[in-house]
Design a protein around this ligand. Structure first.
Ligand code: DQQ
Length: 478
């Protein structure tokens, strides 16, 4: 008898690296969120899932639902590859919509490496799925696009028509999003690339040779195109463009990095929540050797739901969803303290939410140590460097485990004259999500080995700085 989802979760609950309030698969491998959809207040979250192990392969669609985007209920596997079918090699990423009252999934079926859009419908309110007999619904990619560079879907409605984007690359040129139109989701006409860009254009951000997992949505009076940049066999990072969508073409006016953790935050999808907020979740990848993931019996988590809004400067603001506040437990608060060196806090833990506001004054660097052992043998250091304007996450001493990767992650953060530094940090065992001044996001993984690597301290160097306030909440597991 295979384990139930609840039994699988219980068997892994003791793992000190397994997050408690970030969504994970019950066990085994998880990657991209799929079919993220608000079905009248019931949020559907599917995900790329390998039921056979904690490594990527034999990709199915796992499934969970939520009414608050924070607590999730496991559902049975939604899609499995059909031997001999167009998805026999895997049911890769895709989207969900409701067409004429019928929940419908459009996903990438893979056979012999070739990628084709496939469709499935549910007649029992999103639980079980029946594949369309005439899959795939698009026979070949357009000219110039390789059969193995044609995957991942986002769908939206305009008038009587459905539109979808497929992630792609024009061979030898660069990443692209291909625009298709349909009346019934089963017959599609190719229109043109919504937008594409040569991989040789590197500024302000390079966008690689192929774009995975596009997302596209209106925000304020603009549209946002999100791409997961893939280049030379390396899943790189997630970028977004803000621009105008007119006559079925997209003209970006700016390009930005969506998350400075690079591919620790990847392949995100978004929806509109019950209050009309644009909410995004992405795949938080592991950062340790595959053998360690397999031994652990699980791999990958979903990010927290993030609310996206348009800032006056044309960038996105990125903030944790307000429903996360329901998880707040015991509270510690400190206000108005001068820090000249290291100030240990009397609160500690590995499952915390922190809000820290700094008035940098004349300090060269200010920041925070977390997951620190009392003797400093293991610690992770987040600092803002006033001279370079960089937020630096130093993970070089984060763990003694040789199988976990240790390196520095960095994000540029421009503070206006007199502006305070506002750090909003979520620690969830091995998952760390950092939001700075409501528009910089940096996702990371930490795998301390010592049970006492739970300390917190404020740090300042090169001059005095004042902490305006520090709030720390214990976060209740869900
Ligand atoms: N993961 C899926 C693909 C997608 C990639 C396969 C991004 O559909 O392009 O698991 O992580």
């Amino acid at each position: 008898m295979p384990m139930t989802a609840a039994e699988a979760r219980a068997a892994l609950a003791h793992d000190p690296h397994r997050p408690r309030y970030h969504f994970t698969a019950p066990h085994n491998w998880l990657n991209d969120p799929n079919g993220f959809y608000n079905a009248d207040g019931v949020y559907q979250l599917f995900y790329q899932y390998n039921p056979n192990g904690a490594q990527w392969g034999d990709i199915h669609w796992g499934h969970a639902t939520s009414t608050d985007l924070v607590t999730w209920t496991d559902l049975p596997i939604a899609l499995a590859p059909t031997p001999g079918g167009p998805d026999e090699g895997g049911c890769w990423s895709g989207a969900a919509v409701v067409h004429e009252g019928v929940p419908t999934l459009l996903y990438t079926g893979v056979r012999n490496g070739d990628q084709r859009p496939c469709l499935a419908v549910s007649h029992d309110n999103w639980v079980t799925w029946e594949k369309y007999a005439d899959n795939p619904v698009i026979a070949t990619p357009p000219e110039g696009v390789g059969s193995q560079d044609f995957r991942d879907h986002v769908i939206w409605r305009e008038g009587d028509d459905w539109y979808q984007l497929i992630g792609a690359g024009f061979a030898g040129i660069g990443g692209a999003t291909l625009l298709y139109r349909s009346r019934d989701l089963r017959t599609w006409d190719y229109l043109h690339p919504l937008y594409h860009r040569p991989h040789t254009e590197l500024e302000p951000v390079p966008t690689g040779t192929m774009w995975e997992c596009p997302d596209f949505f209106p925000l304020g009076d603009k549209h946002v195109l999100v791409i997961s940049v893939w280049s030379e066999d390396d899943t790189g990072y997630t970028a977004y463009m803000v621009g105008d969508y007119r006559d079925h073409r997209f003209t970006p006016d700016s390009f930005h990095v969506l998350d400075y953790g690079r591919n620790r935050f990847f392949a995100p999808q978004s929806l509109k929540d019950e209050s009309g907020r644009r909410v995004m979740m992405g795949w938080v990848r592991e950062d340790r050797r595959p053998a360690a993931q397999i031994r652990a019996g699980w791999s990958g988590a979903m990010s927290l739901p993030r609310v996206l809004a348009l800032r006056p400067d044309g960038r996105l603001s990125l903030t944790p969803h307000p429903h996360l506040q329901h998880l707040r437990g015991d509270h510690f608060r400190l206000t108005d303290v001068d820090v000249t060196d290291t100030l240990p806090l009397s609160v500690a833990g590995d499952t915390l939410e922190l809000l820290v506001e700094w008035d940098i004054s004349d300090a060269a660097q200010v920041g925070l140590k977390f997951r620190a052992s009392p003797d400093g043998e293991e610690e992770t250091l987040l600092t803002y460097d006033r001279a370079t304007g960089d937020l630096v996450l130093d993970r070089t001493r984060t763990t003694l485990d040789p199988e976990a990767h240790r390196y520095e992650q960095r994000a540029p953060l421009h503070l206006a004259e007199g502006e305070t530094l506002k750090l909003h940090i979520f620690l969830d065992r091995s998952v760390v999500e950092i939001f700075a001044n409501d528009y910089i996001a940096l996702t990371a993984r930490v795998y301390p080995t010592r049970a006492d690597s739970v300390g917190l301290a404020l740090v300042a160097s090169g001059g005095a700085a004042r902490v305006v306030s520090v709030d720390v909440w214990e976060v209740a597991g869900v």
